[in-house]
Design a protein around this ligand. Structure first.
Ligand code: MG
Length: 280
């Protein structure tokens, strides 16, 4: 089941996206070339965090504008969760393989949806990087979740771009500013509740910039899998419905420039595409 949020004239609603996905690629609608063709959306009455009814007739997806599939109260980021990326980051986030996961927070104000612009904060940062990642969307209020119960608190998964001001990440002791600029957390295009396995254990994660492949990993390479991340995070904080966990990025991170188009594709989920513009 694919759950999106969208606007269609009279405000925002959740909706169920139905139909066969086209080939994924890049396009300005955030869906991938040809992917919107034939897809429809039907409005969900209320929200998807409880049993819901679908109302109204199916509308072509191309007639609506998708927005961020959730409005999280918080986004929890995980650093250095693929060994090959940890290696490429070298001293910046050096540590032992069996160290606890590195966690950080991205503010809710950093979240944007598919097709929205990433604003490049020139003059504050001159080195802005993409990081394609699997995002976990939490389905219910939870704390102190045991590893074996993790699947019970997940609503589904979406694609994320953990956009990072790499120069500020190097220069400043904590990553709050580097990871926290407005527009630095694109999410979408929708929440897939069944990507083939309840804990998303082996999905391809790829990132392209202007159509060129830059990152290619699989979630099977995660040093700390989704179930362990949920247990670890909820030892400390309560998660609310709609909260998001970014699970880390594979190797191949690199710079974005104004004018670039960046796409994160996750197998069985979809493609999230955003353009980069200079911040006004
Ligand atoms: Mg990241």
């Amino acid at each position: 089941m694919r759950i999106a949020r969208y606007t269609a004239g009279d405000g925002a609603a959740f909706g169920l996206v139905e139909g066969e996905l086209g080939p994924t690629g890049t396009s300005r609608d955030g869906l991938g070339a040809g992917a919107a063709e034939g897809l429809t959306v039907r409005r969900i009455d209320g929200h998807p965090f409880a049993p819901f009814q679908v109302v109204g007739d199916p509308q072509p997806l191309s007639d609506v504008r998708l927005i961020s599939p959730v409005l999280p109260s918080k986004v929890i980021g995980i650093g250095r969760n693929y060994a090959d990326h940890a290696k490429e980051m070298g001293a910046l986030i050096a540590g032992a393989e069996d160290d606890p996961p590195i966690t950080f927070l991205k503010p809710s104000t950093s979240v944007i949806g598919p097709g929205e612009a990433i604003q490049y904060p020139g003059g504050v940062s001159e080195e802005v990087h993409y990081e394609g990642e699997l995002a976990v969307v939490i389905g219910r209020l939870c704390r102190e979740v045991p590893v074996e119960r993790a699947a019970d608190v997940i609503l589904g998964y979406t694609c994320a771009n953990d956009v990072t001001a790499r120069d500020l990440q190097r220069a400043e002791a904590q990553w709050g500013r580097a990871k926290g600029f407005d527009t630095f957390c694109p999410l979408g295009p929708w929440i897939e509740t069944d990507p083939g396995s309840s804990l998303a254990t082996d999905l391809a994660v790829t990132t392209t910039v202007n159509g060129e492949l830059r990152q290619a990993g699989r979630t099977s390479q995660l040093l700390h899998p989704v179930s362990k991340l949920i247990a670890f995070i909820t030892q400390a904080m309560t998660l609310l419905p709609g909260d998001v966990i970014l699970t880390g990025t594979p190797a191949g991170v690199g710079p974005l420039q104004p004018g670039d188009e960046v796409s994160v594709t996750i197998e069985n989920i979809g493609t999230l595409t955003n353009r980069v513009v200079a911040r006004g």
